[in-house]
Design a protein. Structure first.
Ligand SMILES: Nc1ncnc2c1ncn2[C@@H]1O[C@H](COP(=O)(O)OP(=O)(O)OP(=O)(O)O)[C@@H](O)[C@H]1O
Ligand SMILES: [Mg+2]
Lengths: 87, 267
């Protein structure tokens, strides 16, 4: 959303903007020691565990790290497809 | 009342720690405070030349720690600024000559007779840095508005927190308002958002810094320099005064740029 306005005003092309974007990712990585590939693995494992109990949409699962001050939070967004159909 | 120990540190080297330590010391002393600056960068002594006191060194920090002289003998009093003294680093030894507990003991003694003990830390996360933060009541982390310096600052802030010396406070040095305006320098607001710590001061890039370093006279004594003013402001904040951040221009939008164009400041 902000991205659209930024593109419109040319802000996203400024190098300072890129510096901030890149730093955001680097700092999360430095602070948590989690790489993108570890995140992907975790996502697959979470999907596997949850799917044993309820029906979810694996392609719509999102897992990301949010920054809250100097604290990081792992946020998983897992859409449920409704009660598991039987036989 | 016991004095306060403030450590000035950074992750990346060369961001301005020594310049800032020297000038905060000079600014606090010219406000009537009793200040001692300690150069904790053993083997890479520099605070002495920035303060212009290099010709008067007899004893150093390691001499004190190893008992070759009394504390008082290693303190070089600045003759131009009443109340300011320096304990220089040893030049021919390495960081292992001093331990964190040596620093704690030394600062306990200094605290009794000083209002401020300012410690100039080496960059990085090694022994020298550990020595410098061990006795600290407050840690000031210096960074530049630049990707690698901000990243390294984040590491240091994390360690300071883990050592229970936090929350650290941030100084952003060498801000170039024109580059910020152009969108080629990360803004103060963005750095504070990324690092999520309290900002105690911002200092502009200023050619007078090198001039004053050449002469060995602190830039805070130069009434006209912007960096000098910014450093005096930080000293004031350490003294508990509420001083607004210096206006170093923000990255502004189309309309204010248009405004500058019409007011003839657009060039
Ligand atoms: N605001 C400024 N404007 C212009 N030049 C500056 C500014 N601050 C520092 N400098 C210059 O940057 C250089 C490095 O500064 P300084 O020695 O204080 O950094 P440092 O963090 O102590 O470095 P080190 O990690 O090597 O100890 C010096 O040449 C100094 O004059
Ligand atoms: Mg230095």
């Amino acid at each position: 959303m902000g991205g659209f306005m930024d593109r419109l005003t040319g802000k996203s092309r400024k190098s300072a903007y890129q510096a901030k974007e890149r730093l955001q990712l680097v700092l999360i990585h430095d602070r948590t020691n989690l790489s993108q590939s570890v995140l992907e693995t975790m996502k697959d494992e979470i999907i596997e565990v949850i799917s044993r109990h309820i029906d979810i949409a694996p392609d719509e699962v999102r897992i990301e790290i949010n920054k809250d001050g100097r604290q990081q939070r792992l946020i998983a967004d897992i859409p449920i497809r409704g009660p598991k159909r039987r036989g | 009342m016991a004095g306060k120990v403030v450590t000035i540190t950074s992750g990346k080297g060369g961001v301005g720690k020594t310049t800032i330590t020297a000038n905060l010391g000079a600014a606090l002393a010219s406000r009537g405070q009793r200040v001692v600056c300690i150069d904790a960068d053993i083997g890479l002594r520099n605070l002495d030349v920035v303060l212009g006191l290099e010709n008067r060194i007899v004893y150093d920090l390691v001499d004190v720690v190893e008992g070759r002289c009394r504390l008082r003998q290693a303190m070089i009093r600045d003759k131009r600024i009443e109340g300011l003294a320096l304990i220089p680093a040893a030049q021919t030894r390495d960081k292992t000559a001093v331990s964190p507990s040596d620093m704690v003991r030394l600062c306990e003694e200094l605290r009794q007779e000083q209002d401020w003990v300012l410690i100039d830390s080496p960059a990085g996360i090694e022994r020298g840095f550990r020595n410098a933060i061990a006795p600290a009541d407050m840690v000031l982390v210096v960074t530049n508005p630049e990707v690698s310096a901000v990243r390294d600052a984040d590491r240091i802030i994390g360690i300071v927190e883990a050592e229970e010396k936090g929350p650290a406070q941030l100084i952003i040095n060498r801000i170039d308002p024109e580059k910020v305006q152009r969108g080629d320098m990360i803004t103060t607001e963005d750095i504070v958002e990324l690092l999520a710590i309290h900002l105690i001061g911002i200092i502009p890039e200023d050619d007078n810094v090198i001039v004053s370093t050449n002469r060995g006279t602190p830039i805070v004594l130069d009434g006209r320099s912007k960096a000098g003013k910014a450093l005096r402001n930080i000293a004031g904040r350490l003294l508990g005064e509420e001083i607004p951040l210096m206006d170093l221009g923000r990255q502004d939008g189309f309309f204010s740029q248009l405004g500058r164009l019409f007011s003839g400041g657009g060039r």
